[in-house]
Design a binder for this molecule. Structure first.
Ligand SMILES: [Zn+2]
Ligand SMILES: [Zn+2]
Length: 349
């Protein structure tokens, strides 16, 4: 039996933190259990999962469905699409069997690439390598998740670009179902037609659309900010997500609009966050005056999650007084500040 290699390349950047990350994690489990009920897919599909944030790594190497276990999806800082595509091409070279005089090789590999942002690394070399050596022998379906995904960038790799409008849990479930149906359809169609590209399952345009024109997207600035903190007790990182909340200020004399960011959630992340993040990342900064709301620490329960050490690190505190910074290990004295805000580094999606 010839294998049908399917690669899922997933954006695990911190802009996904919160609901999208949870949905993706749950979706992976659903996808696998659905595919395992399809006899044709069970026989032919071999699945691999590649994750990328600042770094790109294989989470699951190409494996037959019955042996597939859903990996825990990590989170990191950055959206290194160039690295992800380079890693994918290296994996295709190593893992996909070529037809030789002795053996019949694998079917044409299928890649589902999902991303919610703009690349933070240089993609030119990856685009060139892909179009020269892979575009014609690998079927790539790229899906931009949400309104900040750079569809124009995805178009440089494939004509097959879809955009997923994320309306919540139900839409995400439909989206995952569409992927599993597409893989099922593909596993049945393989070898039966002379068509170069295998068909995708039909979809409901309320949540998924095919991009027909390259210039149909207006570039948008992200309207959220993510600030990274470190737990003073466990030294584990956590992410505070702020969303832009336009507000009107109206007094007797003046009326103007301000656009501060207000806290939408705080999320603990695992130790491997650092390994998945870009090293030497140049990060944007945002003034703390722009950020409304301060959460507690999701790791240790300290009530203050937003204290800043002189070294620039954000850490958790049990209250005013002296505390040791988990990043630089220096002791400092902390009180409440009433003065002007300070600049904090803003992590990159
Ligand atoms: Zn803590
Ligand atoms: Zn420090």
């Amino acid at each position: 039996m010839r294998r049908l290699p399917v690669f899922l390349v997933l954006d695990l950047s911190e802009s996904m933190i919160g609901d999208d990350h949870r949905r993706l994690q749950e979706g992976m489990t659903d996808l696998i259990s659905t595919l395992k009920t399809d006899p044709q897919a069970l026989e032919t599909v071999y699945l691999s999962v590649i994750g990328f944030a600042g770094q790109a790594r294989t989470l699951v190497p190409l494996v037959e469905l019955p042996s597939f276990f859903t990996p825990r999806l990590p989170v990191g800082s950055g959206t290194s699409l160039g690295r992800a595509m380079t890693h994918l091409m290296d994996q295709i070279d190593v893992q996909v069997r070529k037809t030789t005089t002795e053996q019949k090789g694998d079917w044409k590999p299928i890649v589902y690439l999902m991303t919610d942002g703009k690349p933070t690394d240089d993609i030119d070399a990856a685009v060139e390598r892909w179009n020269k050596g892979y575009a014609s022998r690998v079927q790539l379906i790229a899906v931009g998740i949400g309104r900040y995904a750079s569809l124009d960038t995805l178009r440089r790799f494939t004509e097959s670009v879809l955009t997923f409008t994320n309306g919540g849990d139900q839409d995400f479930k439909k989206f995952i179902r569409w992927i599993s149906q597409s893989v099922s359809v593909q596993s049945r169609s393989v070898g039966m037609s002379g068509a170069a590209e295998l068909p995708l399952a039909t979809f409901d345009e309320s949540f998924l659309k095919k991009m027909e024109h390259a210039a149909s997207q207006i570039a948008q600035d992200e309207d959220f900010a993510i600030v990274r903190g470190t737990c003073a007790k466990s030294k584990l990182p956590y992410l505070m997500k702020y969303e832009r909340a336009p507000a009107h200020i109206r007094t007797q004399h003046i009326a103007f609009e301000i656009a501060p960011y207000s806290l939408s959630g705080v999320f603990p992340v695992e130790k491997d966050y650092v390994e998945w993040s870009e090293s030497n990342a140049i990060e944007g900064s945002i003034n703390s005056d722009q950020l409304m709301g301060s959460p507690g620490c999701p790791h240790c329960g300290n009530p203050i999650g937003f204290a800043m050490c002189n070294c620039g690190a954000i850490m958790c505190l049990s209250g005013p007084g002296s505390a040791t910074c988990p990043v630089c290990n220096k002791e400092g004295h902390y009180g409440y500040s009433e003065g002007p805000g300070f600049d904090v580094t803003r992590a990159r999606g």
